[in-house]
Ligand binder design. Sequence first.
Ligand code: ZN
Length: 390
Amino acid sequence: MHTLRIFTIGFVVAFGCPLFGQDSKSTEQPRRLYLDEFRPQPSLQVEEHILTKAKFPCVNVHTHPKKLTDAELDAMVDAMTEANIPVSVSLDGVVGPEFRPHYRRLTERYPNRFVVFARMDFIGDGDKDKPETWAVNQPGFGLKTADALSEAVKLGASGLKLTKMLGLYLRDGDGKLLVPDDPRFDPVWQRAGELNIPILWHVADPIAFFRPTNEYNERWEELFRHPEWSFHGKDFPEHQELIDARNRVIAKHKQTTFICAHMADVPEDLKKLGSYLDRYPNMNVEIAARVAELGRQPYTARKFFLKYGDRILFGTDGVPPMSELIPHFRFLETYDENFPYEDNPFPPQGLWNIYGLGLPDSVLRMIYHRNAERLIPGVKEKVAAWRKRN
Ligand SMILES: [Zn+2]
């Protein structure tokens, strides 16, 4: 077991699973710590800017409010108001009959505060355990879904959302994983372009999730807690295969706008990501859940953000409370040093702190709202309404 190997090198681990016991014979000898017990408090004294408000109206293009109760939804909108976030994009719509109730719940209760993207319905009436019965494996899926997307746009949808299911979970009738550039989806990509709506696409995951969960994996503790997040082995593709397949779709559908979630899932290599943005003018990225990654390479990230500011959008994922928004604003706006990227005693996406980029106003404006206003239908009007009110 990989855990045992970690134990023997004396580091730690296994949440709540004692191993070395108390090392109490000598009072001078500190006891060994488990990795999840280690909570170093920095002695560093540097300036801190706890920003609870974005400097400019900020559009959060990556949120998931669907499962919230009314009270939780109220709290989400209150946090948005406090943080200067006029609009959040809900990525939780689905084409078909589910779209309308979700859209109405958000937009009637909170006029001008949400736009909604729709997902494809890959399964339809099929049996979850039998891929051969899934809608995605029936003839004509692409065209039918394109028409369902047109219908959703008539009902108010502002974009199409794709999850990492495509490439990592969805299978064809023979049980083989579907590839992101499977031609059956071409009518959908094309229709999105004709409808002038963007596709927000999450492909793959952090590179570490595709590597063995062993002592060399820098996200080991996370994969230990969530072994189901590992895509190493079995019949999973390589990380780069998924990225290349997505890029082929972007290259093929030049009239369609793509917003690649999570820094296109290559934030670990911004040089490579920059080469993609150079090659594909219809490709954009958003920062959701990647501040940890970006903030540990502040020199490289700052250069990247200055160069590609017109292609980067603000996003967080989930339903961010104020405590989660603060590190995002600090990261983008300040030169704060060595601060936690999440309000969590145990950093959940890598055991490190981050550094701010201190971006100039011109770049902040693009990332916070101008790019979203340009690329996502409905956002511009809502930000304007917010400005009028405030
Ligand atoms: Zn998400």
